[in-house]
Design a protein around this ligand. Structure first.
Ligand SMILES: *Cc1c(COP(=O)(O)O)cnc(C)c1O
Length: 393
């Protein structure tokens, strides 16, 4: 069958060694700790038992790489994966031959055969879509099943509660082809938000009428609400990758990504000189800069730059936190290393943008966004290195 696939994940020089810093040609190195992802999955799994802990691996596993992440989680015992698109489902299927794979975007008109081809299940969000899927299943004899997504207040995807109730006779009649009933929380990271209680009440009511169909409501943050949010299966994404699912408390997850980029020049600027586009940052003293080879084209947002009177994000150079001088360029940033010992930094050293205490969530704060967007914005120029006990020991 001739199918159009999603854009391939970025070309990577994924290797199994511990340190691509040893690779003299690497400009930036994104290290993904697969053991930490697995440990995070286990933490969530034991938290929600007896519910099943499924992994959400959409958007290239939140930038971490679908195939290595799925392979690691499947080996650890994760049985169910969620992706957004069919292209992502193909990548997940290649890494996990026998897992259950759900496609959150559901199916488009005449796309049924593509689901059957790789044995994945659409998450169906309206009655027309369900009718098309049923038609495909009748004509082809495919019995792979589908999820039904019910809207309980997000107003994004999903059947209305009335439409969902209309399906109850079908569920009661048996042989209905529905393998999961789910909904999605809009405010799970804000425990006191009143919408949480309304959503769980609506969902509980409708899910109880879908007798013997497994039910799923919680995302990562939902796992940290009361147990009544957990139902039969939770869909964890961000927390697997180290984003704090409890923004109002300490992060219970292990950090997963580390990002280091090459320092390609060290230069001195005189007091009063400006740095970067727009000349928004002025040296208040004789200043030493490290020019690092990453910019907004690599997913390091312009918003994190420094300007006179504006605090920038911080970068770790030679073990110390240093501020950014001036605007972030497309491919470059200037780091103020004046406070470091004289010979501490040389051309060719690496600066740490994430890691050594700089978290994805901290960076997200400086970027004016959330950890999810930091992870999914990582540029394609970084060399990706996968770290796991199996491959490094
Ligand atoms: C992305 C997504 C998830 C995962 O959410 P996290 O907050 O990353 O855990 C779960 N369910 C649905 C429907 C999603 O779109």
């Amino acid at each position: 069958m001739n199918v159009v696939t999603d854009p391939k994940p970025p070309e990577t020089d994924a290797v199994t060694s511990t340190s691509a810093e040893q690779d003299a040609a690497a400009t930036g190195v994104l290290t993904i700790d697969l053991d930490a992802i697995v440990a995070n999955w286990r933490t969530l799994e034991s938290r929600v038992l007896p519910a099943e802990c499924a992994a959400v691996v959409k958007a290239n596993a939140y930038g971490c790489g679908t195939e290595p992440v799925v392979r690691a989680l499947a080996a650890a015992g994760c049985k169910t994966f969620f992706v957004a698109t069919l292209g992502e489902a193909r990548a997940a299927r290649a890494a996990a031959r026998s897992a259950t794979i759900y496609v959150l975007d559901g199916c488009f008109p005449n796309s049924g055969a593509h689901f059957a081809e790789i044995d994945c299940k659409p998450v169906i969000g309206d009655l027309n879509e369900l009718a098309e899927w049923d038609m495909f299943c009748r004509r082809s004899g495919w019995t792979g099943g589908a999820a039904v997504h019910i809207d309980t207040g997000m107003n994004r995807l999903g059947l209305s509660l009335a439409d969902a109730e209309g399906l109850v006779p079908r569920i009661n009649a048996g042989n209905h082809g529905i393998t999961l009933v789910m909904s999605h929380l809009a405010c799970a990271e804000t425990p006191q938000h009143p919408l949480n209680g309304r959503q769980v009440a609506s969902f509980r009511e409708i899910a109880s009428q879908y007798a013997n169909v497994p039910a799923s409501l919680a995302n990562s943050s939902g796992c940290f609400l009361e147990p009544q949010f957990q139902f039969d299966l939770v869909r964890t994404g961000a927390a697997l990758y180290g984003v704090n699912p409890t923004p109002e408390a300490a992060n219970p997850m292990r950090p997963v990504v580390e990002l280091k980029v090459r320092i390609i020049q060290v230069r001195d600027v005189a007091r009063g000189d400006s740095v970067g586009y727009g000349a928004t940052w002025t040296a208040r003293r004789p200043t030493r800069l490290a020019i690092a080879a990453a910019g907004y084209a690599d997913g390091y947002f312009r918003a994190a730059g420094g300007a006179d009177g504006v605090r920038s994000a911080e970068v770790i150079v030679a073990g110390r936190r240093c501020p950014i001088a001036g605007r972030i360029s497309m491919d470059l940033m200037a780091i103020d290393i004046t406070d470091l010992p004289d010979k501490a930094v040389r051309r060719g050293h690496m600066a740490t943008l994430i890691g050594d205490g700089v978290t994805v969530d901290e960076l997200a704060h400086h970027f004016g966004t959330i950890g999810y967007e930091v992870l999914t914005s990582f540029g394609r120029r970084f060399t990706r290195v996968y770290k796991s006990g199996e491959t490094t020991s």
